[in-house]
Write a protein that binds this ligand. Sequence first.
Ligand code: GCW
Length: 697
Amino acid sequence: MRDAFCLAYIAILSPISIHTAFAESGAEAWLRYSQVKEGATSLPNRVAVVGNSEIVRTAGSELVRALEGRPGKRVPTGELPNADAFVLGTWRDIHPLFPSLSRSRVPSGDGFWLKTVPQHGAKYWLIIGASNRGVLYGTFSLLARIAQQQHVLTLDDSPSPSAPIRWVSQWDNLDGTIERGYAGRSIFLDNGQVRGDLTRVSEYARLLASIGINGCAINNVNADPRVLSSEMLPQLVRIADTFRPWGVKLAISVDLSSPMAVGGLKTFDPLDPDVAAWWKKAGDGIYARIPDFGGFVVKADSEGRSGPSQYGRTAADAANVIARALRPHHGVLLYRAFVYNHHLDWRDLKADRARAAYDYFHPLDGNFDENVVIQIKYGPIDSQVREPASPLFGAMPNTSQAIELQVTQEYTGQQRHLCFLVPMWKEILDFDMHANGATPVKKIVSGEVWHRRLGGYNAVVNVGLDANWLGHPLAMANLYGYGRLAWNPNLSAEEIAAEWTRLTFGNNPQVVSTISKMLLSSWHIYESYTGPLGAGTLTDILGDHYGPGIESSEHNGWGQWHRADEHGIGMDRTIATGTGYIGQYSREVQKRYEWLANCPDELLLFMHHVPYTFVLHSGNTVIQHIYDSHYEGAEQAAELVTQWKSLHGQIDDERYSDVLTRLEYQAGHAIVWRDTVVNWFFKTSGIMDAKGRMGHP
Ligand code: GCW
């Protein structure tokens, strides 16, 4: 035993009621240890933390906190308590205490092994990680199992995460506002500075750690170059220090023009040696103070941001010059593939924003340095309620990739509508690109398909100062689900919904089944009353990306066109007569989308332009589908209110009322959506609703 052996004795209090006396704010999210205490009566009341790592100590404290114990005394040498105990540590530290255990069971990376072992007349609940993080993740996993009343008296389970990069991003501005944030101001920044009080940051890091997230980029990808100024660095150090005990690496978004904007150079040309030297110095400076710094996220040549095209350089030139500054320190560069021309000619039927990411990045495959990861939005447009998987996933075998998801519901109801996105993310992650045999997106981004060392996930979360983090109490299911999928994309949406509900609202079967059902139906409901058949968005894209604005997509250069006119609707993206977008997929996928006979209804209008009278696989015409889905969707939104009301008295009043208010608002807004869309399509197509509902709500 090289390291001190720290043993903390804890006392478990008698079980208390889940109807606690304090006001329920939602701040605890899914980490509610009153349930753990209820389930913990047959578990040990000792915690032995082995080793000296800060992260492992965090894990030990979390266990003590969950069991409502008191930290005990440090014991200097490596003797196990001769009574039942939880024993936490890395393999290196635990193995000498349990020499008969086999190394082969401990997953490498951030995985862990939960194992119960009888020894010397006592029973030990071992939480072993190859890394310190693994120990922390194992601890949270064990606590989640106890809280869900799973069997934990004998354990032998060794899960490991699907991918090394499991990050979140915040789009927080230095002034404390958040781009596309719907839950208050930034927990990180205010008035050009990092906040003095970082309590919420620590609590956020704890939430992230509990679902296996290991990195957080804290500022807007529309990055203020001042984030790299010398005044900022000591402030970033404070955030990194706050993240560190939870195993969350700090990352920041940087602007490509930084060498000019804050460095005083005359250029930011990525091939200029002075520019390379500037990035190197910036990287070295950060790592000198933050040795575990995660890396940078870059948005360039996109929506008016500076970029390599200003010097006739490529995204690979830009990415590599920055990546080389990070590489000696093991940092990564997430370079976003969200690059497109937002001044497209809307009259040009061959112009197509959906083509952009592939057109820019596919030719660069193989030109990126090893520590560059291309971060690709899940669909080719921009976080819409329905998009196909981006064809770029299947087109870069020599490049590491990460998928970008949005927990913040920019186009999906902005946390005023319930929209559980896990089923949508699952569809994308499970979608087979047929790039090289069976190649679902989840196996591409994990690095498995093309044997890439790096790869993974980054989601825009945008929690804010609101006590419950995301505004809508049920929206937290998306953050939870994101972390769970990044860890294990093979989990089903049903499993995730049930897990989250149990952890957040308790194990009452009626509560679990009602809330799970509501969550699982909500994406489809939202899609039904907002956007039909993959038509592209009918949301107001020129304002705040909320509510109906059917014409806002058209007749401008943003390229979110649905091309609805008096004859028909949809973007012709076929190879034969359209923009050729479908040609960016493998042959198998092309067959699915190119021919009307094969194209799934839900993406028909993404791929084809058809008359309103076109008959879908469902047997309905397109126009009747638009009418039906909007009436049905609004009805189902109203049913969500009824379903929620059935839980009255079964959950705390605060969250009950908060959710009820939001669902009632949603049901009303769904009617606004329905009537706006139905009336517009009637006026435009001149075709009546066969069911005669128009004007008769
Ligand atoms: O969807 C758009 C958002 C922008 C965002 C951009 C991006 C940060 O409306 O607010 O900018 O995507 O992802 O870069």
